[in-house]
Design a protein around this ligand. Structure first.
Ligand SMILES: C[S@@+](CC[C@H](N)C(=O)[O-])C[C@H]1O[C@@H](n2cnc3c(N)ncnc32)[C@H](O)[C@@H]1O
Length: 387
């Protein structure tokens, strides 16, 4: 496909996304209907669509319309690419520009930051002076990070193994196990280091959160909201403890046994009904569902889809999950509450409210990471239950 044809396809896909279809689905449908397109075209198209969605608001202003065509026009203007070179009306490219497309405008204020109006006060209150810089960081693609599985080898071995497959990496200061992928990120999942379980795809801040848990051998550890099991695996790679994974939606954990096998670690999957028999645990991690505001670079549609009603619902669910998880912690044990959210109401305020609801718990430590540190935005707090 020519670059112009890719932009034309992106316009069609973006129009579907604007009508409510999920971007991943729209991209998959497009690929099925256009089997001539190779993987290079599909990847390039995906990059265009997600780059645009991150900056949907500012590109709409630059392009003069909140349509697929307007957004792509805005993206080209923002990147300094002459729109006439793409909107040629030739071959499979988008129709030539007319007066109706208009000159667009320079985005300012919340337009320029790609920040939803209703969320700006809460984000500003949570991020303070960092608000503009964080919002600007969320306009760009996230780096790709790997976690080196110390059960299988050290950092030097992982770097060398990846280099043999043409993947250059460099250690990242967020975690002693984190490597940033510098080139060929799409080769990772077919590399020997990945297939042998020496590395796993995981955001560096997500790894830093696990580093905060001070895991010790012999502990019984429950990942209460395990999802795909990313944090279960990171925890199990750190020490020889007994690791358990649970999620209210067990299907989310379906790949966990195979991933644990590849990583050379043991994680026991527990159904909700089995929790009562398995408790108490020395450490329960509650990596709760949240706004995902710390990972909007990876999932930009979530930024625009979040509503006040959904946020209120999430906050109530987070409080309920903390209460449920706390009931599973042994006396003297730890409840670790984590989110990939930037909002205080999902983070520090939840801890304050928990301590107000429950006596006999103390806050041992808390850490806030924003995308300014390089990885996703994350929050973790460790609460100790009295003996
Ligand atoms: C942020 S995700 C977890 C991500 C995962 N820990 C990881 O590192 O890949 C939150 C998870 O919480 C689960 N969840 C939602 N409500 C829950 C509940 N009441 N109890 C336990 N898990 C719940 C969701 O199904 C979802 O998989």
């Amino acid at each position: 496909m020519t670059p112009a044809a890719r932009y034309a396809a992106a316009i069609d896909i973006l129009d579907k996304v604007l009508r409510g279809e999920a971007a991943e689905k729209a991209l998959t449908h497009w690929a099925r209907a256009n089997r001539f397109a190779g993987s290079g075209d599909r990847h390039a198209l995906r990059d265009i669509v997600f780059d645009v969605l991150r900056c949907k608001r500012s590109y709409g202003v630059r392009g003069g319309a909140k349509t697929g065509r307007g957004l792509v026009l805005g993206a080209l203007r923002a990147a300094g690419i002459a729109p006439d070179d793409v909107f040629t009306g030739q071959g499979y490219g988008p129709a030539a520009l007319t007066d109706a497309d208009g000159p667009g405008a320079q985005p300012e204020g919340l337009d320029a930051l790609d920040c939803p109006d209703w969320l700006a006060p809460a984000l500003l209150a949570s991020l303070g002076d960092n608000f503009p810089a964080v919002m600007q960081t969320l306009q760009s693609r996230a780096p790709v990070f790997l976690r080196v599985n110390l059960r299988k080898g050290d950092m030097a071995r992982a770097v060398a193994a990846l280099a043999l497959d043409g993947i250059e990496t460099q250690p990242n200061p967020l975690s002693p196990t984190a490597l940033e992928v510098l080139n060929n990120p799409r080769k990772v999942q077919t590399s020997n280091a990945y297939l042998d379980g020496l590395v796993e795809l995981q955001d560096a801040a997500s790894q830093a959160i696990v580093d905060e848990l001070s895991l010790r051998s012999g502990q019984r550890v429950l990942d209460f909201c395990a999802g795909g099991g990313g944090k279960s695996l990171a925890m199990a790679a750190q020490t020889s403890a007994q690791f358990f994974a649970h999620d209210i939606a067990p299907a989310r954990m379906k790949d966990l046994p195979a991933r644990a096998k590849r990583a050379g670690v043991q994680v026991t999957v527990l159904a909700s009904a089995a929790l009562a028999k398995a408790e108490p645990f020395d450490l329960v991690l509650a990596d709760a569902p949240c706004s995902g505001s710390g990972s909007w670079r990876r999932a930009p549609e979530a930024k625009w889809a979040l509503s006040q009603a959904r946020l209120t619902e999430l906050c109530a669910l987070q409080a309920q999950i903390m209460d449920n998880a706390a009931a599973l912690v042994a006396k003297g044990g730890t409840l670790a509450y984590a989110t990939c959210a930037l909002l205080k109401m999902e983070n520090q305020d939840q801890i304050t409210a928990f301590l107000g609801r429950h006596s006999g718990w103390t806050l041992k430590k808390a850490r806030v990471l924003t995308p300014l540190e390089g990885g996703d935005g994350f929050f973790i707090a460790c609460l100790k239950r009295k003996i």
